[in-house]
Design a protein around this ligand. Structure first.
Ligand SMILES: *Cc1c(COP(=O)(O)O)cnc(C)c1O
Length: 362
């Protein structure tokens, strides 16, 4: 395997990287405490604000998306604090599990998998439980292919003066998320999803309200300490050795994204999401997610009766298309097609051409 893609990688992360990003990855190392890295780091932190649609500080920390859950919680909350974990699938459940692991008092508000969260029900819950401090929510639920109505959820959180912690791992950079306008306090994403960069960095936006919460938060923190990271960023350092190569890669990815234009990127995902869903139905297959809230970065598809997703995925793999299986309780029911970040129309057409072929075989 060389630098060329040998497969049509259509998993919802890691996603393929453009050749220019792969090339940037092979840049020689630099001193992470020298002036070159300092300016690269500060520059990326500034440039990311555009995609987060925020004036907030953006931190670049080492880790995958899951580390974002932990970072968001330990920097804003104290043991036994009450939080409302809104979940519509596997990743929402995980966010709640992390909160439980950190000794928070978790209220679970679970919605049926395949459906979106209801802002009205969240409001009812917050009305009845005044001691809740924070609302935990997934913007784009990657396991079911649902995009939650974040704007409306954020409005409710604001009315009840709750801190809003948003998992935007598989949405940010591909799906519109107005961090400031919607008043989202902590928003995090991971570079291997929509950002066209290999795994290993997660990006976090922190509002003033979240910084205020930081001051009173007593959960133990060290590696993900926001204040420590911010002080280092201001001084031109990182607290620990950063994944230098990923900084080079992200710089190149942002160049490509700036060239395409943020609105055009959103539109490409919107158009592709709609097209993927139409093609799935054209093949006589059933979509898992409620179409009114269907995600434009990932689509979960029910396998035909009697066909296990594993079988489907292995047949597709033989034909050069790598799809993802289902997660959690729907692992036996669905397969997923990723359409986030770097893809061309050709890659998507190829998925359906191959699916048709595989379905015939079945
Ligand atoms: C992928 C994903 C995560 C977890 O990220 P890892 O990078 O696998 O740790 C969390 N939330 C959502 C919505 C995701 O799609």
């Amino acid at each position: 395997m060389g630098k060329e893609r040998v497969l049509n990688l259509r998993t919802p992360g890691p996603t393929p990287c453009p050749p220019q990003v792969l090339e940037a990855l092979s840049t020689q190392m630099i001193n992470h405490r020298g002036p070159q890295f300092t300016s690269l780091h500060k520059n990326l932190s500034q440039r990311l604000k555009k995609y987060f649609q925020t004036k907030n500080d953006i931190l670049l920390l080492t880790g995958s998306g899951s580390y974002g859950w932990e970072a968001a919680l330990v920097n804003t909350l104290s043991p036994k604090d009450q939080v409302l974990a809104v979940s519509v699938g596997f990743f929402g459940d995980r966010f709640a599990q992390v909160a439980t692991a950190f000794n928070l008092n978790v209220h679970n508000l679970n919605f049926q998998w395949g459906k979106a969260a209801s802002p009205d029900m969240i409001e009812d819950y917050l009305k009845k439980h005044k001691k809740i401090k924070a609302v935990l929510v997934t913007h784009n639920e990657t396991s079911t292919g649902i995009t939650n109505p974040l704007k409306e959820i954020a409005q409710v959180a604001k009315i009840y003066d709750k801190l809003l912690l948003v998992d935007a791992v598989s949405s940010l950079s591909c799906i519109d998320l107005k961090t400031d306008e919607w008043d989202c306090d902590v928003v995090f994403s991971a570079v291997q999803k929509g950002w066209m960069v290999p795994p290993g960095l997660f990006l976090t936006s922190i509002s003033q309200k979240a910084w205020d919460a930081y001051k009173t938060s007593k959960l133990p923190k060290f590696v993900f300490d926001f204040q420590f990271a911010k002080e280092n960023l201001m001084a031109g350092y990182t607290p620990f050795t950063p994944p230098v190569s990923l900084f080079f890669a992200l710089e190149k990815a942002l160049d490509l994204m700036d060239d395409e234009g943020m609105e055009n990127i959103f539109y490409r995902h919107l158009r592709t999401g709609g097209m993927v869903r139409a093609q799935v139905e054209n093949l006589g297959l059933e979509l898992f997610a409620d179409k009114n809230f269907a995600s434009n970065t990932v689509t979960a598809v029910k396998t035909p009766k009697g066909v296990h997703p594993k079988k489907m995925i292995s047949l597709m793999r033989e034909e050069g298309v790598e799809l993802a299986g289902g997660q959690g309780k729907i692992a036996d029911q669905v397969f997923r097609i990723g359409h986030m970040g770097y893809f061309r129309q050709l890659d998507i057409d190829n998925v359906f051409y191959t699916l048709k072929k595989v379905l015939k075989k079945l």
